[in-house]
Design a protein around this ligand. Structure first.
Ligand code: ATP
Length: 420
């Protein structure tokens, strides 16, 4: 049942307040009245109001006890005393020991990958461990391989970013200059060949960056992954583990995956089983789609800090749109010496058509299609808001004013209806 009111909660040490905001256009304001509390590893400032909007699923945890006030309509709100936070803190402490050793020995800090099925709190644990690391003065690298949600950039991409301060309560980690690669689909299974190629590329660049940044190198890397863990999904995970040369794999809530990884990973990789939090909320496919949409809207319009994107027309003749992956043909129909898999990573020209309406296009740093597009990171995104076949014009929503940069635009399967 929906509750409307001002609610006050007294939390004992080691407990958390969980709440969800579900109703449309709803806003809930959270304030810590006394004591100390944190939200997925970021400390909350006493007396400061924090706003949460539709779709938010939140846990306010306290190590020492606190009083918290909620103003607004929450769908659910309750205090839980059973949480896996002590176990997660121990993981952080173990990683911290490895960072200290790396510092002393001049080696690389721990590269940790978080895996598990959907809705077990992988992204939340990643955020928590990054926050705890940065609060200890570390500068870890956050890698997100989850193309379904896109925590660093928008869905349909993978990326990495250096974490220099704890995630903002309302806006997450700072998005300054992330390294982002184009995938263009919501799930790795849509093009495994391409997914593995860009994961390998991202791993190479992250390793290079670590070699040039000692602080980041000793702080290590934390990698968030997709919830696809069976069959080809498992292979995708082991490929990522190899590409990033991970030292630690944290398996959330899936014994079979834990046993398989223990069996298949080299001995030096520590595979650790962790319980999921009872607070993690399962999301329906509609909620996931809404979250994806919200992520793209945020990219163009901002979240708390508003952005003002530009809208303008571009002639078909001024555009260079490509898509990655040619239609798959049987080997017998391919040019001599070419494998069917190679077609999946081919960059092919996409002719403007009505199907471009509402599609997101990634703006590559590559200037031409033969510029090694797959291995080149992205400058940003635009969205096609209208297609006029008669006048041969596209209307574009773009964070930058016209003209569009004279670079390759990569077609994404993702759509966004701009009704802002
Ligand atoms: P996916 O596989 O879809 O990426 P995931 O395993 O990464 O999911 P999260 O995104 O971390 O899962 O968590 C799912 C949802 O549960 C999120 O909205 C998150 O805010 C919420 N959540 C996580 N932990 C808690 C908690 N302890 N109490 C309440 N809500 C929580």
């Amino acid at each position: 049942m929906t509750e409307v009111q001002l609610q006050e909660f007294k939390l004992d040490p080691d407990s958390e307040l969980r709440f969800e905001v579900e109703s449309k256009n709803e806003k809930v304001v959270l304030e810590v009245k006394s004591g100390y509390a944190e939200l997925f590893g970021t400390e909350l400032v006493k007396g400061k109001p924090y706003e949460f909007h539709t779709g938010a699923k939140v846990a306010v945890f306290t190590w020492h006890g606190c009083t918290v006030e909620l103003r607004g309509r929450t769908e659910v709100s309750y205090v839980a005393k059973e949480t896996p936070m002590v176990v997660y803190l121990n993981v952080h402490a173990a990683l911290e020991q490895q960072r200290v050793a790396a510092e002393q020995e001049g080696t690389r800090g721990p590269v940790t990958m978080v895996v598990g099925p959907g809705d077990v709190g992988k992204s939340t644990l990643t955020r928590l461990l990054l926050n705890y690391a940065v609060r200890m003065g570390r500068r870890p690298i956050f890698v997100d391989l989850d193309v379904g949600q896109g925590h660093i950039s928008i869905p349909g991409t993978i990326g990495a970013t250096l974490v220099e301060r704890p995630a903002s309560i309302e806006e997450g980690f700072s998005q300054q200059a992330p390294l982002v690669y184009h995938f263009g689909h919501k799930a790795p299974g849509e093009n495994l060949e391409l997914y593995n190629t860009i994961v390998t590329r991202l791993a190479e660049v992250v390793t290079e960056r670590c070699e040039n940044n000692k602080k980041a190198s000793t702080s290590g890397v934390i990698i968030n992954t997709c919830g696809w863990i069976k069959g080809a999904g498992y292979k995708v995970l082991t490929h990522a583990a190899q590409a990033f040369e991970v030292d630690v794999i944290l398996v959330l809530d899936n014994e079979r995956l834990f046993i398989e990884l223990k069996r298949d990973m080299p001995k030096f990789v520590k595979v650790v089983y962790l319980p999921k939090s009872g607070g993690v909320v399962e999301r329906s496919s509609t909620q996931r789609a809404e979250a994806r949409d919200a992520r793209i809207r945020e990219y163009f319009y901002g979240k708390r800090t508003p952005y003002y994107p530009h809208s303008f027309d571009v002639k078909f003749s001024d555009l260079k749109i490509y898509k990655v992956g040619a239609p798959s043909l049987p080997d017998s129909c391919l040019p001599l010496g070419m494998r069917a898999q190679e077609a999946l990573t081919r960059v092919v020209a996409a002719l403007p058509s009505l199907s471009l309406a509402h599609r997101v296009l990634a703006v590559s740093f590559a200037a031409a299609p033969d510029d090694d597009v797959l291995h080149t990171n992205l400058a940003g995104f635009v969205c096609v808001t209208a297609v006029d076949m008669e006048r041969q014009i596209l209307t574009i929503l773009s964070p930058q004013p016209r003209p569009l940069p004279n670079t390759v635009l990569l077609l994404s399967e993702l759509q966004y209806m701009d009704n802002h």
